[in-house]
Write a protein of this length. Sequence first.
Length: 364
Amino acid sequence: MTVTLDHLRRYAVARSLFKPTTLMRAIGRLGFVQADPIRAPARAQDLTLRHRVAGYRAGELEQRYPRLALEEDFFVNYGFLPREHHALMHPREARVVWTPTRWKQAHAVRDFIAERGAVHPREVDAHFAHGKTTNWFGGSSNASTQLLDGMHYRGMLRVARRDGGTRVYALRDGDATPVDALVANERLDALLDIIVRKYAPLPAASLGQLLGHLRSGVPQWQGLRTAALKRARERLGTARVDGVDWYWPADESPRAARWKPDDDVRLLTPFDPVVWDRRRFELFWGWAYRFEAYTPAPKRKLGYYALPLLWHDRVIGWANLSVTGGELQSQFGYVDGRAPRDAAFRSACNAELERMRLFLGLEE
């Protein structure tokens, strides 16, 4: 049975944009939700979840997080994932080796947090006066913030909640005993399956790229990745289409009649699973989408935070949205130079903007 690019495209859209469900079920089905602090007009995690959680509103994940079985952490990038997925990555061994002095600071901060239950970075900085340091992008930040980040990454702390967007930390309970090679391989296979279930179908190069990104989540298993990729290729569903090898979960078929994209217009965050893989994006839709928030304004072609515009199983353009004076403002661009003349498109586009207003709390 021949698999075509049309099959793969419909499959990619329909399986990712499943029927809206509860917040925990949606995150469990996605396996992981990437986070980004930019609000244009909302954060990436909220823009991702609004399509997949019934009645979702901007900021709901942050509000409900303290009561949910979720963790913030690095996976293939930074975001939110169920605790059972999070546990697969720990105990984590960071690539940067701390000095004895740094470990002494970390243990002192850990004792401080143990006494208080949960702390804001400024409380740690006020108590220990760690001073300033240069952060990864060359600017200045509190040394306490970097220390807390490092403790979180090493599994000593967890994010208990956020106050005004800032992480508030608590102690994390967990076994610090390194796992043996057999368990490590089993966990690496499970993590790679989570990746595939989120982003499938994947071109072979993208599968390898995502496994490379997984070094942020499990740097301690760097030497096991080549064998893990080989095992994945052997167990996953696969087909060669137009000279490209594609992979997907073995219990799914891209040809199945169930994969039918709906008639809605959807504005997707640049980090949405449907559009995240730029290599796949170009194969599916024949044009190059680029995230330009960090591109100098004169060089931008699509806009600061252009949201890919999906209709049926095609990304036909983009939109830049903003809120001014309590009103949603929108600017659209189209690959073909103009919007489809179909009345159904105009109606669906207006419906999507109305859903965006509700999501942002701009109801009249």
